[in-house]
Ligand binder design. Structure first.
Ligand code: ZN
Ligand code: FE
Length: 257
């Protein structure tokens, strides 16, 4: 690997983030999901980059809606989950759990993370300490279970939680402020969460993104990924429940919040 990847975060649509990953030495640039082809093209043009890849996380339109127009314009290679290839527009290359995708010497390790949709993958660039998680893990939240069970999603989240604390997590939506309100409702005694929530309000008031986050920060504050927490369990009255039961309860409460 030569040099670190350059990562550009692109606000798209209402609350999506698209990303560009650029490997300068090889002149490769990948878009992670394609919420808005125009916004992605603008970001490319500003930097004089050529789009060579699209790395899709899952099939939802706010993640693949720009695939065909970007592929038509750039002739780029579209990469996505093998488990959902039929629903990824223009897909050329399929990836599944444990696969390594070589991006100019920066290997992305692929995790199958079903739950939000049945075919959802995350891309972990270990050499750069970054992971692109789509709609699986959010800052203080996790994706809604449209096509999966709590047990599946919990298994998926555990794969991400096994990454080092310092891993930078790029999520696909700016949902953090609403997530913080919910998180405080289920884990009100968590001081790390309280101070993070205050910081988030300030950042949003200044119009700043609260994404990316990190695995360590989520471990300390995100109620979806800390079902072993005693303060959370006490507040839910679930002291003796299993982790997946606690996770399922937190997810169900968020759906009603
Ligand atoms: Zn989605
Ligand atoms: Fe989405």
């Amino acid at each position: 690997m030569s040099g670190r990847l350059e990562i550009v975060q692109i606000p798209c649509l209402q609350d999506n983030y698209g990303y560009l990953i650029h490997a300068a030495s090889a002149g490769l640039t990948a878009a992670v999901d394609t919420p808005d082809a125009n916004a992605i093209n603008d970001a490319l043009k500003t930097r004089g980059w050529r789009l060579t890849h699209i790395l899709n996380t899952h099939h939802h339109f706010d993640h693949t809606g720009g695939n065909m127009s970007l592929k038509g314009h750039w002739g780029c290679e579209v990469v996505g989950p093998a488990a959902d290839d039929a629903r990824i527009p223009g897909i050329d290359t399929t990836l599944a759990d444990g696969d390594l995708f070589d991006f100019s010497g920066h290997d992305a390790r692929v995790f199958d993370v079903p739950g939000h949709t049945r075919g959802h993958i995350a891309y972990y660039f270990a050499g750069d300490d970054v992971v692109f998680v789509g709609d699986t893990l959010f800052a203080l939240g996790c994706g809604r279970l449209f096509e999966g069970t709590p047990a599946q999603m919990w298994t998926s989240l555990q794969k991400l939680l096994a990454l080092p604390d310092e891993t930078i997590v790029y999520c696909a939506h700016e949902y953090t402020e609403a997530n913080a309100r919910f998180a405080l409702s289920v884990d009100p005694q968590n001081e790390a969460l309280q101070s993070r929530a205050a910081k988030i309000s300030e950042m949003r008031a200044r119009g700043e993104p609260t994404v990316p986050t990190s695995i360590g920060l989520e471990r300390r504050t995100n109620p979806f990924v800390r079902p072993e927490s005693e303060s959370l369990r006490r507040s839910l009255d679930m002291i003796d429940a299993s982790n997946v039961e606690v996770f399922a309860e937190v997810r169900a409460r968020k759906d009603r919040f």
